[in-house]
Write a protein that binds this ligand. Structure first.
Ligand SMILES: Nc1ncnc2c1ncn2[C@@H]1O[C@H](COP(=O)(O)OP(=O)(O)OP(=O)(O)O)[C@@H](O)[C@H]1O
Ligand SMILES: [Mg+2]
Length: 252
């Protein structure tokens, strides 16, 4: 099996005249933490939305393991083992942490694969929910309503919900957005832990966090892929310094 768990070929998506993702060919190596960087509007979230099946590409293709997932809807992509979190929190505020994780685990049952595989049992769904809670570090908050928790804990819960679907590949859209320093450190620690058993694709603006967890970087500008490589390679790239990191570092 190839060392790449996910690959895109000439992937594009336009909204009217705007090319939000423009001819992106990109490979993600299994077992590593990949960060996607780029200024606001670069197309990072659109790329994640394409990979997770939230939206369909205008052209190009996406392969996950041995599957061509280019045209699959989100629930089928999730079933194959790709989990995602959203840039904006996506939890049910009036439900407890356990109930939120349970709903996430249950969501895996839907879709066409449902007809080929036996539906998950009640017991199995509860186990998956408990496992998601444990892995995201919220077992103590099991019966707390999501709305009663801090913003950082809510983001943590969202990761727990994703884990309750037992994904192999995690897509995380700005998991640290809006968090204080202490909460961020907690989530960075969690990402490090998850990286031991999963492949991660992470969008993140916080450069310290990116450099702390990422093995590989991909930089996007105006929908296009500007550079890929190791942290050192991308930091040394003239094109990236001019387009992105340079302007960021000047501010310090
Ligand atoms: N559903 C949509 N309809 C129309 N335009 C869209 C849609 N989604 C995204 N866009 C546009 O596509 C471009 C890329 O947006 P995207 O959200 O992918 O950027 P991003 O890199 O995630 O930015 P940010 O860092 O601000 O989250 C932007 O110009 C955005 O306005
Ligand atoms: Mg975004």
């Amino acid at each position: 099996m190839s060392g790449f768990i996910l690959e895109t070929q000439n992937l594009s998506r336009h909204f009217g005249a705007l090319m939000a993702v423009d001819d992106v060919t990109l490979s993600f190596e299994r077992g590593l933490v990949h960060a996607v960087l780029g200024p606001n509007g670069a197309g990072k979230t659109t790329l994640i939305n394409l990979l997770s099946g939230e939206i369909l590409p205008s052209s190009g293709s996406i392969r996950f393991k041995d599957y061509d997932i280019t045209s699959l809807p989100a629930n089928e992509v999730s079933h194959l083992g790709i989990g995602r979190s959203f840039q904006k929190t996506n939890i049910f505020p009036n439900f407890t942490c356990f109930e939120n994780c349970r709903l996430a685990a249950q969501s895996r049952m839907k879709g066409v694969f449902h007809f080929f595989k036996p539906a998950l049992s009640y017991k199995r769904i509860n186990e998956l929910a408990e496992k998601g809670l444990e892995m995201c570090g919220l077992t103590k908050r099991r019966d707390t309503l999501a709305q009663a928790m801090s913003y950082g804990e809510q983001r943590q819960l969202e990761i727990g919900m994703m884990l309750a679907t037992e994904p192999e590949l995690l897509l995380l859209d700005e998991p640290l957005a809006g968090m204080g320093a202490e909460e961020s450190l907690k989530v960075i620690e969690l990402l490090r832990k998850l990286a031991k058993e999963h492949t991660l694709i992470l969008i993140e603006h916080d450069m310290d966090a990116v450099f702390a967890v990422a093995d590989r970087l991909a930089v996007m500008v105006n929908g296009r892929l500007l550079e890929t490589g190791t942290v050192a390679e991308v930091r040394a790239s003239k094109a990236v310094q001019e387009a992105y990191l340079g302007s960021d570092e000047e501010g310090h």
